[in-house]
Design a protein around this ligand. Structure first.
Ligand code: TMP
Ligand code: ASP
Length: 236
């Protein structure tokens, strides 16, 4: 499948057309941003890790009956995926308090919730991805009630699968962000990525952070943390 014109460049990935109108190629970069692009940097090797990890996890999810955009890994950084129109909602599932949940509600990080939470933000860089509830999403015409129900159900199922998967390799899945897309027939599929950029992953024994918070918070050891997740998932 040959790369054609670039369709889009995001903060961490580029998207290219192919000769099939229903397929596009995603190309993962090493660029890292935080706080809506206010902080910029490079995490060497991140693109390769996020590509491989996302593809692996999407295949795990497919086997559990979750529809995804994944088609085929083409190279270290490039993957063929189904072309979707992205639903402009960032879906965040949390198992423990951290990040904006902890700061917004004034609680410490690491509190284990009795059941997972879900929240949506409006995917709009110009507005800094504001938090919204499903009535707001309906009011803004971002998705239909049926789509929101489907996305919510899929997100909690994805959490069950990923939580179990990571716990088997000694990693606590604290929270994560998902994006969904619509195929031309309206089918909702999981899109974007599942990686240390988009998940909070803590060592289950020590609580050490093995994710992008090391970059966001200038903690050092960023590349090592991404590589440690690779080792846990793929072995030495
Ligand atoms: P938050 O606590 O900052 O709201 O983040 C929740 C989760 O979502 C965390 O795992 C990081 C991820 N996330 C993204 O993938 N992209 C973003 O732009 C933000 C703000 C968070
Ligand atoms: N990648 C996001 C940005 O720069 C934020 C984050 O992941 O913290 O907007």
């Amino acid at each position: 499948m040959k790369k054609q014109a670039q369709l889009y460049e995001g903060k961490a990935k580029k998207v290219f057309a192919t000769d099939d109108p229903d397929l596009v190629i995603v190309d993962y970069k090493d660029d890292a941003t935080a706080f809506n692009g206010a902080k910029k940097g490079t995490i060497t090797g991140k693109g390769v890790i996020n590509n491989k990890l996302t593809n692996y996890l999407m295949q795990v999810l497919e086997r559990e009956g979750i529809p995804t955009h994944f088609v085929e890994e083409l190279s270290d950084r490039e993957t063929l995926v189904k072309k979707v129109s992205i639903v402009p909602l960032e879906v965040i599932v949390r198992n423990r308090s951290a990040g904006h949940f902890a700061s917004r509600y004034g609680v410490e990080e690491g509190i284990v919730f009795p059941q997972p939470t879900i929240e949506f933000s409006y995917k709009c860089d110009a507005l800094d991805d504001p938090l919204l509830n499903h009535y707001h999403a309906l009011a803004l015409g971002l998705a239909t009630q049926e789509e929101i129900d489907r996305i919510t159900g899929l997100s909690f199922r994805i959490n069950d699968v990923l939580k179990r998967f990571f716990s088997e390799v000694g990693v606590t899945l604290v929270d994560f962000k998902l994006e969904f897309g619509k195929l031309s027939d309206g089918t909702i599929v999981l899109a974007d990525e599942i990686s240390p950029d988009t998940c909070r992953l803590w060592d289950a024994k020590t609580g050490e952070k093995l994710d992008k918070d090391r970059f966001r918070r200038d903690m050092g050891g960023v590349e090592d943390a991404y590589q440690e997740i690779m080792r846990r998932v793929f072995g030495a």
